[in-house]
Design a protein. Sequence first.
Length: 356
Amino acid sequence: RPHRTELYDDPPLGCWPIVYSPDYNITFMGLEKLHPFDAGKWGKVINFLKEEKLIADDMIVQAREATDDDLLVVHTRRYLNKLKWSFVVATITEIPPVAFLPNFVVQRKVLKPLRTQTGGTIMAGKLAVDRGWAINVGGGFHHCSSDKGGGFCAYADITLAIKFLFERVQGVSRATIIDLDAHQGNGHERDFMDDPRVYIMDAYNRYIYPGDGFAKRAIKRKVELEWGTEDTEYLQKVHTHVEGALNEFKPDIVVYNAGTDILDGDPLGGLAISPQGIVKRDEVVFRAARSRGIPVLMVTSGGYQKRTARIIADSILNLHSLGLLGRERPACALGSPSLHQMVRDSAKDFSNLSLQ
C-alpha cells in the first residue's frame, strides 16, 4: 500500500493548476551568486504573471515540501544520507563554498527549496491528470537519478512524479517524457532505463554536460543538436519529433521538461534560440498533447540568464491566450472575490468587448 502523503491532498477547487511556493527561491549571504543560475527566477515568474493579472496569490496551488517518505519512493536511503554531507551538496549544486557550511544551514537554505520544488512536481502530476494540464514553476531536476545527483539537481522530481502517478492514480500506466532542456536528461533516463511504460524523447546539445552514453540507451527519440542551433531548424525538429513521439506511443501523461537554457547567450546551453522561439516551442508541445487529450505536466528546469523568468511568464501567458490552458480564469474557492476584483473583471470584460 502506498504511504500516506500530503502531496496528493486536493487543493481548493477553483485554484489554477499552477504550483509554486516562495520557499522555491534560494538566497543565502550572496553565495547563490557564485552559480550562473538565477536562484530567484521562480518568484520572478510568479510576479510577472501577477503583474499581467493572470493570477493572484490565492489562485495558485501552494507547493509542499517532499518528506523523506515521499523521496524514498525513488531514492535510496544511502543517497539521502549522503546529502547530510555539505561537500556532497556543494558538488551537486556546483557551488563550492557550500562545502564549508554546517549541514543544517545547507539543509535549510539549499535542500529545502529543492525539496519543496520536488513536492511541487509530484503535486502537479496529480493536478495534470485531474485538470488536463499543470505547471510547476520550479522543478525539472533531470540530472538526478535514484542514487546520484549532479548538475544542480539533488532530487529526481520527474521520476518521482511519474512513479507516484503509476502507484496511486488509476488509469495512469504509461508516461512520455519530452525533455527539451539544452542538456541531456540523464537522471530520469537512468531511472527508467528498462521500463517499457515510459517513453523518453530528449533534444539536447550533443557536446555539453552530461554526455552520459549509458543513459542515452533509454532515449526512444534522440535529437542531438549542434552548437548554436537557431529557431527555424530547432522548431522544425521539435515539431516533427514531438508529433512522432506522441503518434508512436500513446501515454496517459506527458511530462514536459521545459528548460530555457536553450536561449541564445546561455553560458551553459550553447544553443541560440530566441525568446520568441522558446514561447513557440512550449506552444508546439502543449498543442500536440492537448489536441490528443493527453494531460501535460510542465516543469521549468534549467535556464541561467536574468531574462529567463520573463520568457517563462510570456510563454504561460501565450498558452493561456491561445486557449491551450483552461479557457476560463478560475474563481478561486478560497472565499468570494473582493469587490475590487469584481470591478476589475467587469472592466476587463468591457474592454474585451470593445476590442472585438
